[in-house]
Ligand binder design. Structure first.
Ligand code: F6R
Length: 601
């Protein structure tokens, strides 16, 4: 979603802003722009639709004498189509602004301002916010107080980067719900939606909290709370390095991130398997029901978690998509543990669900990748996946690392129900995960062959039962988001209740059967589709491998316990999606219409 960068220092502002915007590209956007102070003290704006490279071209062609202070933005359209007028920054009177989030009551504010004679040019809520700040500024000349007063009037979520025409040295920022971070260095300071945008300049940063307001200049950063008190905030040091944001020889970030999975998962099990100090003093045995809440792939990781908690720990679990959970009647008792799963730690619906659960007295445990993100600051317990930055919009190592943490937790809670043999087997597999996944990565030619067999089709089905079905859900989402093929995941036994009418000659079916107890049942369902002409890609493990005339292509993966099987299967599915999208010549790292960090409802 939208990305914000701001700079106050001594370097040429356009260079810093463009390099920052390039780092924010992965969040998803459809237009971009800059507002900056020129050497002769004018405020200039340059915007363009499409890639940052187009904005850069425009900047390079201009004859402007760029100064050293400015703000930049990548916009992911919410209010109004992606065009130059709707692109940020927006200007009204003396104020220029970039915004991430949504001002929900912008229509009322717009009408109020229109009745006072203000004219609007774009369809955006941001221009309205800008005009409102400018309106307040006519009577309140203290800039921080002016922004505070305006924000009291806004409903919704926002991170703002603001410059005033009559303060050529400073950027003003504030946030509510949407992320905003301040990068600290000598003689120059930065603001951004995430640390990636300024990591090549500094690793020091301050996390701005909700309803805090900052004035950022080259030599000072002043942060105030809602009452106007000056705050002394902690300076953090980023652990992620700038090179982690490079492709390092891989053709796409997605491929690089898939290849990082063996090590990421090894590190997770090394870190968490025998050391439960991450749970602080929480005794998991007091919970007799669990709610897992997340969006998209993170929710699919939750489905694997549900299977494990229910099967091995005998605890009832519900899994909800956060946008539904936040508005339903959540039945929470003091024995309910709410597990929030989020790679970014900023997903708006997931954050809202967390707040609802906490307000009802639940203990909230969050599984998150991005350090210091909003969800980590609000949950009772945080378990980091430490997967490193994930740049490709489609999550890969984000998903498998979430599953690995859920598997570790489920194992921890299930210990008393498992035999010594079972425990040893799981531990030995967890310790061997790097080798298992490296072996899965060796089968590239098989994934490419599968991709070649399906890439010309427009519709495809994934089928499986039990835990295999949750892998189908993730495989199907991965395929549709990056290859734009229509794909649906079905419980194998459910197909005959309607959807089987869509199976015709050569309809591709990816059938997953890795679960011993359900294997025969799944094979029967596969045969039902084969009898109707389906082109079947059969995925199983070495233990269950069998031959027969019910498949066209067979993929055999290493056998694992339920705790880990989805890690190898989904890694294979990620690669099948990757090579299918490549055959279809799609923009793999930045699929159309998608954003990495979904910070609006
Ligand atoms: C799919 C994908 C999304 C995210 C979802 C939640 O590849 O990346 O479905 O899983 O938007 O995002 P986080 O985990 O950041 O809360």
């Amino acid at each position: 979603m939208c990305g914000i960068i701001g700079y106050a220092g001594t370097k040429r502002v356009d260079k810093v802003l463009i390099s920052g915007l390039k780092k924010l590209e992965y969040r998803g956007y459809d237009s971009a722009g800059l507002a900056f102070i020129t050497n002769d003290n004018n405020l200039e704006i340059i915007k363009s639709v499409g890639k940052i490279s187009k904005l850069e071209e425009k900047v390079n062609k201009s004859n402007i004498q760029f100064g050293n202070v400015g703000i930049g933005h990548t916009r992911w359209a919410t209010h109004g189509i992606p065009n130059e007028i709707n692109a940020h920054p927006h200007t009204s009177g003396k104020v220029s602004i970039v915004h991430n989030g949504i001002i929900e009551n912008y229509t009322n504010i717009k009408e109020e301002l229109q009745s006072k004679g203000v004219t609007f040019y774009s369809d955006t809520d941001t221009e309205v916010a800008c005009a409102y700040i400018n309106y307040i500024y006519e009577t309140e000349k203290d800039k921080i107080k002016c922004i505070q007063k305006a924000c009291k009037h806004f409903r919704g979520s926002y991170a703002f980067g603001i410059i005033f025409e009559d303060d050529k040295d400073s950027i003003f920022v504030t946030r509510r719900d949407s992320p905003l971070i301040i990068g600290i260095s000598d003689g120059e300071n930065f603001v951004s939606s995430d640390v990636s945008a300024f990591l090549s300049y500094t690793k020091k940063y301050i996390l701005l909290d909700h309803n805090e307001f900052a004035k950022v200049s080259s030599n000072s950063v002043l942060i105030y709370n809602d009452n106007g008190d000056l705050l002394n905030k902690e300076i953090n040091i980023a652990t992620w390095s700038d090179t982690q944001y490079e492709k390092n020889g891989y053709e796409h970030f997605m491929l690089k991130e898939i290849y990082e999975e063996p090590l990421v998962l090894k590190n997770i099990f090394n870190r968490y398997l025998n050391d439960i100090s991450y749970l602080k003093d929480v005794d998991l045995s007091i919970y007799n029901n669990i709610h897992i809440v997340a969006c998209g792939s993170a929710m699919h990781a939750g489905l694997v978690g549900r299977y494990l908690f229910e099967t091995y720990a005998n605890i009832p679990v519900t899994v909800d998509v956060a946008s539904e959970y936040r508005y339903k009647n959540q039945i929470i008792t003091d024995q309910t543990l709410v597990i929030i799963v989020s790679q970014s730690g900023e997903t708006a619906d997931t954050l809202a669900a967390l707040r609802v659960a906490k307000s009802k007295g639940a203990t909230v445990l969050a599984i998150v990748n991005v350090l210091g993100s909003t969800i980590t600051r609000e949950a009772n317990i945080v378990i980091y996946t430490y997967a490193g930055p994930e740049i490709a919009v489609a999550t890969t190592k984000g998903y498998t690392s979430q599953v690995a943490i859920l598997a570790t937790l489920a194992f921890e809670i299930s210990r008393k129900h498992l035999t010594l043999d079972e425990k040893n087997k799981i531990i030995s597999e967890m310790n061997n995960i790097q080798n298992i996944l490296n072996y899965v990565l060796l089968k590239i030619e098989e994934y490419k062959d599968i991709a070649k067999s399906i890439y010309k089709k427009e519709h495809l089905f994934f089928i499986g039962r039990g835990i295999d079905y949750s892998m189908c859900m993730e495989g199907s989402l991965k395929l549709k988001e990056i290859s734009y093929m229509h794909s649906e995941a079905y419980p194998a036994g459910e197909l005959k209740h309607g959807t089987i009418s869509l199976i015709e000659n050569k309809t591709p079916i990816i059938a997953i059967a890795t679960n011993k107890n359900l294997y025969e049942k799944t094979i029967s369902n596969i045969k039902e589709t084969k009898a109707r002409g389906a082109f079947v890609i059969f995925i199983t493990n070495e233990e269950l491998d069998t031959t027969g005339d019910f498949y066209d292509i067979k993929l055999v993966l290493p056998t694992s316990t339920d705790f880990l099987q989805s890690l190898s299967v989904v890694t294979a599915l990620q690669l099948i999606s990757y090579y299918t999208a490549k055959e279809r010549k799609c923009d793999i790292d930045k699929p159309k219409n998608l954003a990495k960090s979904v910070t609006v409802e």
